[in-house]
Design a protein around this ligand. Structure first.
Ligand SMILES: [Zn+2]
Length: 324
């Protein structure tokens, strides 16, 4: 049982590769933050080491040790707390341990989470491992921004791309975990396709209110003057260089645009929920269909700019100032 919510295509691909004994020695899992990259990487590590029936069985010693982070042959490399990069030392360490035979399982698995955090030297060191694959080693990289990785690294990996799940899938998964229906729908609406966020929100209910507040603030953008909009950009994204954070705000703006188009057609908004409907209707009236479509176009353009390595917050500021 893979126990993965959504991502049926990705899981099927991995199952097929496993069944044919053709698992590549390096994989790169891509997709937005919270979509489930690390969860899938962990499930694959289990599947590669599991000795139970129908791997990953979730109950053999390998599956359990991986759950607890104590499996001697499954290593997670990640950005150390308080540091902003994965240093070359960490990659050298993993190369040394990867060159040894597996200790307990039939193979070793190294998961490098958020691989875009590798320094240039660390990525270079990793490339050497990728160029000399070892039969008993599987490397799994995860990255929300694969564009930030050297092309030489990406080209040596089999790419498994994860897309956001639809709201219905998330609501169903939450309901199966005993979350009351209205709450599951509220969280599903706000999760923007990321199962990870939805599950965290169940455990930390204050996140739900915070997200609603952030959306309401963003929706208030049209009432602000230029000065106010620039202040909002600063409040939304404290770290100018944080491409992921900027992208999340722009994605929210895109979802708001979709809601405006929906309420304009007399349909139910998907992001803001019923409570904010009258305010959205007012706004949709004021902008008109042409205004909303122009707004959509600008959001799309900004997304492209962010992907093309323009200073991310500058792109966000330009968008906010430019909105009707
Ligand atoms: Zn197992």
């Amino acid at each position: 049982m893979w126990e993965i919510i959504g991502h049926g295509v990705a899981v099927e691909t991995l199952q097929r590769l496993l069944a044919a004994d053709r698992m590549p020695h390096a994989l790169l899992m891509t997709g937005p933050a919270g979509v489930g990259k690390r969860t899938l990487a962990t499930a694959l590590a289990k599947a590669l080491t599991c000795t139970g029936d129908d791997p990953p069985c979730q109950s053999c010693i390998h599956c359990r040790q991986i759950d607890h982070g104590t499996h001697p042959d499954v290593v997670l490399v990640t950005r150390p707390e308080g540091k902003d990069a994965i240093a070359i030392g960490q990659v050298r360490e993993l190369r040394d341990s990867a060159s040894l035979r597996p200790y307990q399982a039939r193979r070793k698995v190294v998961i490098i989470a958020d691989a875009e955090a590798l320094t240039a030297q660390a990525a270079d060191a990793l490339l050497k491992t990728l160029e000399e694959p070892q039969r008993q080693l599987t490397l799994i990289l995860t990255a929300a921004e694969p564009e930030a990785l050297p092309a030489t690294v990406v080209s040596r990996c089999r790419i498994i791309s994860l897309r956001p799940s639809d709201t219905a899938t998330i609501v169903e998964a939450l309901s199966m975990r005993g979350v009351p229906n209205s709450e599951a729908e509220r969280i599903g609406r706000l999760a923007r396709g990321t199962v990870g966020w939805a599950l965290t929100a169940v455990e930390q209910p204050k996140l739900v209110g915070q997200q609603e507040e952030a959306i309401a603030r963003l929706a208030g953008i049209f009432e602000l003057d230029v000065e106010g909009r620039l202040q909002l950009a600063e409040a939304l994204v404290a770290d100018r260089k944080d491409r992921g954070a900027v992208r999340r705000q722009v994605e929210l703006l895109a979802l708001l645009a979709r809601d405006l188009l929906l309420v304009q057609q007399g349909r139910q908004p998907l992001l803001v929920g019923e409570a904010a409907r009258s305010r959205m209707e007012e706004l949709a009236d004021r902008l008109g269909r042409r205004g909303i479509l122009a707004y959509c176009g600008r959001v799309r353009l900004t997304m492209d700019r962010i992907d093309q390595n323009v200073d991310p917050r500058l792109a966000l500021e330009a968008l906010l100032v430019d909105l009707p």
